[in-house]
Ligand binder design. Structure first.
Ligand code: ADP
Ligand code: MG
Length: 465
């Protein structure tokens, strides 16, 4: 090891130590823990990250904090370079080992501010962290929101959250407001949408004929917030006066170290009709997105909904919805209610067949698409990264046996091709081999979530490619 790499490692160890106490546990464990210093020469510190995604996150939201610590601890001004390195152990990352469910802690309706003051603040008292399920696709956003709620105005300011519709933005940012009011009922929390902000400004302008007065009142309201949450901030695009007012509100609150939380349907760099001085403020704090929920999160959300509502909703029906409604969480909840309503209307217990009827418009659209065996083979090969010739070949190593059996199962299940013909397609195998393979996969799906997930993902791939 060269002296510079020893120095690099020592410096980076000290910086990591400092980041560990500053950043929230999840953020530290997910992005920082697995980094290593590579070299430290000519005032350039090279840091290895475990993969491209981790690199992007570190370069994005953590950079300024890391930079500050490196300069402080290294007593100088240094340049940071993040690189992806294969040398870092990449066994299953920490993030996937954590349970999906956060332990239930407080119930915001019973603690802190009463429901009325929450509504006054513009909040829905049910949009709490306790009702929000964390999974792989919203983990970072959740961790940031959780940190902010416990100590607003300190570390992550502003927080800019973006995601497509129905993916949980409003719920999560309102959970911040609700938690703040749990912990400090006297705090001034204001939640509004970009649209409300713009309309209120117009109302004030119309109400007060005396010039300048509207500003005073409007400003008094928004600048007294300890936590200002503006949802759907994209609405201020193209509205100059609203942007002007937002700009000054932002600066004023930020200077006073008051927390600002913004949610948007797109990332900050994708705004067209918002001035640069404003989008640069969106980017000045921490940014996170929420991705479309994966299968596990969809199922977990449905189970939580079932447990809260006390419906007699069997697990196989939950799985059926989770598999067939992949788009967004609002639709997922809507589908759940449609199934409950259909069962009531039919006077039947909730079952997969009731769900099939209730959701026929959604489910059919995929299921009716004709699928052929070649599409299936291609999808399986691509999913497991194996070659077509190998799947059809004779080798029986584990990395081939599973994909081969999955292909058998999918061909049988999706195209009703007879065992014998599947056997021929798969390099001249006997029909009993195919039958055995199909059964094996059926059993795996019954037994393990992993198998169920694989099948689901491959089907999605087939339908959407
Ligand atoms: P957005 O603001 O992104 O359009 P919402 O926050 O309104 O989405 O979410 C839509 C619905 O889905 C709400 O009823 C919300 O409670 C629910 N929801 C979203 N994400 C989650 C989650 N992770 N856990 C539980 N419910 C969720
Ligand atoms: Mg919303």
């Amino acid at each position: 090891m060269t002296p510079t790499s020893i120095h690099a490692k020592e410096l980076w160890k000290a910086v990591k130590g400092s980041l560990e106490v500053t950043l929230s546990e999840t953020i530290y464990n997910t992005w920082v823990k697995k980094t290593e210093a590579l070299s430290f020469e000519d005032n350039i510190l090279e840091i290895a990250c475990v993969n491209e995604h981790a690199k992007k996150q570190l370069e994005g939201f953590c950079r300024s904090m890391i930079q500050e610590k490196v300069n402080q601890i290294g007593k100088g001004t240094y340049e940071l370079v993040f690189k992806v390195s294969n040398s870092i152990e990449t066994e299953e990352p920490q993030e996937f080992k954590e349970p999906l469910f956060k332990p239930l802690s407080k119930d915001s309706t019973k603690n802190g501010a009463d429901a009325n003051s929450r509504i006054q603040a513009g909040l829905n008292p049910n949009y709490t962290f306790e009702n929000y399920i964390m999974g792989n696709t919203n983990r970072l956003a959740y961790a940031i929101a959780d940190s902010i709620a416990n100590s607003p105005g300190t570390m992550y300011n502003p927080f800019f959250l973006y995601a497509g519709v129905g993916l949980g933005k409003t719920h999560l940012i309102q959970a911040i407001g609700n938690r703040v009011l749990d912990l400090k009922p006297s705090a001034s929390v204001i939640y509004c949408t970009g649209e409300r902000f713009a309309n209120e400004l117009i109302e004030f302008i119309q109400k007060k004929s005396g010039k300048g007065k509207y500003n005073a009142e409007f400003r008094k309201k928004y600048r007294s917030a300890d936590v200002l949450i503006i949802d759907d901030i994209q609405f201020i695009s193209g509205k100059e006066q609203t942007q002007e007012e937002f700009f000054h509100t932002f600066n004023d609150l930020h200077m006073k170290q008051k927390q600002i939380v913004l949610a948007s349907d797109r990332p900050a760099e994708e705004f067209k009709n918002i001035e640069e001085r404003i989008t640069s403020r969106f980017r000045s704090g921490i940014m996170a997105d929420i991705q479309k929920p994966d299968y596990e999160l969809r199922a977990a959300i449905l189970r939580a909904k079932r447990d809260r509502s006390g419906h007699n909703f069997p697990n196989d029906v939950i799985d059926f919805i989770a598999e067939n409604v992949p788009t967004n969480i609002r639709e997922l909840e809507g589908s759940y209610m449609q199934v409950v309503t259909m069962a009531n209307a039919l006077g039947e217990e909730i079952s997969v067949s009731v769900a099939q009827q209730a959701l026929s418009n959604i489910v059919k659209s995929d299921r009716n698409k004709p699928v052929n065996v070649n599409q299936i083979l291609k999808a399986v090969c691509s999913y497991y990264s194996v070659r077509m010739t190998d799947i059809k070949g004779k080798r029986r190593t584990k990395d081939l046996v599973i994909p081969r059996q999955v292909a058998m199962y999918l061909m049988y299940e999706m195209t009703q091709t007879p065992y014998m013909s599947i056997g021929e397609l798969l390099g001249g195998r006997d029909h009993t081999t195919i039958m055995h393979g199909v059964r094996k996969v059926e059993e795996d799906i019954e037994k393990t979530m992993e198998a169920k997930k694989d099948i689901h993902n491959i089907k999605q791939f087939i339908y959407h490619n």
